[in-house]
Design a binder for this molecule. Structure first.
Ligand code: FE2
Length: 339
């Protein structure tokens, strides 16, 4: 298959109080709102090469409205749409959108809206935001967390391996790793990528009856010191850190997680390996093997299993849930040494 997708370019989330969310991202995270129109506010990080990477619109609950990837070419956009429709999914073409050209939007088999486009506006800062360096779209910010750019999105799906297989078969994502329960052959997490990063798309197991949910999305900072200082600044300004800072075994990335005013989980991320192997085969990890916590010396808070919008129901697979594994399945990382 020719390479179809380049990277995650933006995500749109909904919030019950978009004004509060926009203010939070501007004041406490360090993004900048660059436009509001049609009920949507467009925000950017200082290092985002395109106009924006986060869109906030109104919705009754926190949710993922759409995740957008840039293709590798105009031809790749047509080929991606052709492959999606050959797989039995029908999407819609739009002539243009804010900051990008024609796009193809579809809802994948697990309920997640995805937008693809090739033509996109590059961002060129003006006035006091101009960098002295020609490759930078904007001068470096030190405001709040000051993320450099959007990094990845992690969704929730009822079948982790089924989700990964569809996006790999149809759109060419490389599947990089899986996490299976220590207690049995149930896959609770997987990571996929369109490029050399360990992942720009993650998937956690979702046993609820609500399709299309999101677990979190992540911004990138340059160094671990930046990440630790971000944790410090968030704490000082009244945002609790839900989990971290620590290092994931999978991807070997430094992480911390917190919540925005809608309850949506946001990650700050840095480090990690580069993997260029075109025929990489995903290895199987376990929580006790350090999939989530490289150091195998903590437990993950139960709140981290919440995805959005909220939903009831245990996590399960089509094989069902054995009573002995039910507790572990709800949060396989909750035991000391597994999270
Ligand atoms: Fe993540």
């Amino acid at each position: 298959m020719i390479k179809l997708l380049s990277h995650l370019s933006h995500i749109e989330i909904t919030a019950p109080d978009p004004a509060a969310s926009v203010a939070y991202y501007e004041e406490q995270v360090g993004l900048r709102a660059i436009a509001s129109e049609g009920g949507k506010t467009y925000l950017r990080n200082w290092g985002d090469y395109y106009t924006y990477s986060l869109v906030i619109s109104h919705g009754p609950e926190p949710s993922l409205a759409v995740m957008a990837w840039r293709t590798t070419s105009d031809e790749a956009l047509d080929e991606a749409a052709r492959r999606i429709e050959a797989a039995g999914v029908q999407g819609d073409w739009h002539d243009s959108g804010f900051g990008h050209g024609r796009s193809y939007t579809f809802t994948g088999p697990y309920g997640h809206a995805m937008q693809l486009y090739w033509e996109v506006e590059r961002y060129h800062a003006e006035g006091r935001f101009v960098s002295i360096y020609p490759d930078r779209p904007e001068r470096r910010s030190r405001h709040a967390v000051a993320p450099r750019q959007l990094d990845h999105v992690t969704i929730a799906a009822s079948d982790v391996r089924g989700f990964a297989k569809w996006y790999s078969d149809v759109l060419g994502f490389r599947i990089m790793a899986y996490t299976n329960l220590d207690e049995g052959p149930i896959t609770v997490f997987g990571v996929l990528t369109t490029n050399e990063k360990s992942h720009d798309l993650g998937v956690v197991l979702d046993g609820s009856t609500r399709a299309g949910r999101i677990n979190h999305y992540a911004f990138w900072v340059d160094t671990r010191e930046d990440l630790l200082q971000a944790a410090d600044v968030l704490m000082e300004n009244g945002t609790d850190i839900e989990y971290g800072p620590s290092i994931h075994g999978i991807g070997e990335q430094n992480f911390l997680y917190f919540r925005d005013p809608s309850g949506m989980r946001v990650e700050v991320n840095t480090g990690g390996y580069r993997n260029y192997v075109p025929d990489w085969e995903p290895n199987d990890w376990t929580p006790s093997g350090g999939s989530n916590n490289f150091y195998r010396n903590s437990a993950m808070p139960m709140s981290m299993t919440e995805s959005f919008p909220p939903a009831d129901g245990p996590s399960a697979t089509e094989e069902g849930v054995h009573p002995d594994t039910r507790e572990a399945l709800l949060n396989p990382y909750a035991k000391h040494g597994q999270g």
